[in-house]
Design a protein around this ligand. Structure first.
Ligand code: ATP
Ligand code: F6P
Length: 317
């Protein structure tokens, strides 16, 4: 088979190890690997090329994706999807492996329904908001970037006796904020999935300050849109000078961790195995330490954060 790999939506560390493994294993299995550059935008513009071993040499440690990614407005119009199909036909591509989030899976599903181009999805997003997989590619590296940032912020917070509000990415999903708050020992965590009990937090923090607490770390998920409000509350009601740090896109960068390299390898291998087994429109998942595939319908179900993680958030109760 001629199989192309592409990135789509937000990039995530681990894409390069996945790309490397994809090319190597595709050749081992007797397939011809291709690259689609710059995501759906590149697919529309015909940025497609055969991949060779040399392309993937020395990329294992690099964040981002050597093949690029994009969000595409044009993809919503049929005329551009038709153009994309013609580009694939020109190269006789049989199937696509797409590294992306739920939006990208929807995009490829629509394409498959219209033009019968099979695809397999690799859940790739730092948000960890895909149902059925314990981890998406890139999450572990993002968590380590956040851990490093919070450790550094703690140094200055404790020196200056200040409160810090640290905003994490994740869209509507509070996974990054929750796990970061737990593993960094933050005093406050505000995520979309849990009601934040402000009166209780006020009572506890005021008591702790009386007893000598010098600084406060508050981790707020971007999806709550409460960063400014929490900063004002810490300053006005809790009475501590407060600063805000929005971590932003640094969370999407950096050398992939060992975990993300291993996940990249495993996801790529499973994606190719799924295509060999003639699976149609499946999503690769990593569950309880094993790689498997699930239907797109399942992958698009609303994600849930592991209740064990949520239960660990009750450190303010
Ligand atoms: N329902 C849809 N139908 C067709 N195409 C879609 C749909 N949703 C998204 N897409 C296409 O897929 C692209 C990627 O989707 P999106 O921007 O939502 O990122 P994603 O894959 O969910 O990843 P991330 O988690 O990083 O945001 C969009 O820019 C758009 O071109
Ligand atoms: O890179 P962009 O298009 O600004 O998107 C940012 C969004 O993408 C993500 O990094 C990944 O989905 C989200 O956490 C964030 O809200």
């Amino acid at each position: 088979m001629k199989i192309a790999i592409m990135g789509s939506g937000g990039d995530a560390p681990g894409m390069n190890p996945a790309i490397k493994r994809f090319v190597e294993v595709a050749y081992e299995m007797g397939h011809e690997p291709y690259f689609i550059f710059d995501g759906l935008e590149g697919l529309i513009d015909g940025k497609i090329a055969k991949a060779i071993y040399k392309d993937v040499a020395g990329i294992i440690h690099r964040g981002g994706a050597i093949i690029g990614s994009s969000r595409s407005k044009r993809w919503y119009e049929n005329e551009y999807r038709k153009k994309a199909f013609e580009n694939l036909k020109e190269h006789n591509i049989d199937a696509i492996v797409v590294m992306g989030g739920d939006g990208s899976f929807r995009a490829l599903d629509l394409f498959n329904k219209e033009f019968s181009i099979n695809f397999v999805g690799i859940p790739t997003t730092i948000d960890n908001d895909i149902y059925g997989t314990d981890l998406c590619l890139g999450v572990d590296t993002a968590l380590n970037v956040i851990r490093d940032a919070v450790d550094k912020i703690r140094d200055t917070a404790s020196t200056f006796a200040r409160a810090f509000v640290i905003e994490t990415m994740g869209r509507e999903c509070g996974y990054l904020a929750a796990v970061s708050a737990i593993t960094s020992g933050a005093e406050v965590c505000v995520i979309p999935e849990v009601d934040f009990n402000k009166p209780l937090a006020t009572k506890i923090l005021q008591k702790e300050i009386k007893e000598g607490r010098r600084y406060i770390l508050a981790i707020v998920a971007e999806g709550t849109k409460r960063t400014a409000e929490i900063a004002k509350w810490l300053e006005d009601d809790i009475g501590m000078e407060t600063r805000v740090t929005v971590l932003g896109h640094i969370q999407r960068g950096g050398n992939p961790t060992v975990k993300d390299r291993m996940l990249g390898f495993g996801f790529a291998l499973k994606a190719l195995e799924a295509l060999n087994a003639k699976e149609e429109g499946k999503i690769v998942v990593y569950k309880n330490g094993e790689f498997g595939v699930e239907s797109l319908k399942d992958a698009l179900k609303p994600y849930t954060i592991d209740p064990q993680i949520l239960s660990m958030l009750h450190f303010l109760d």
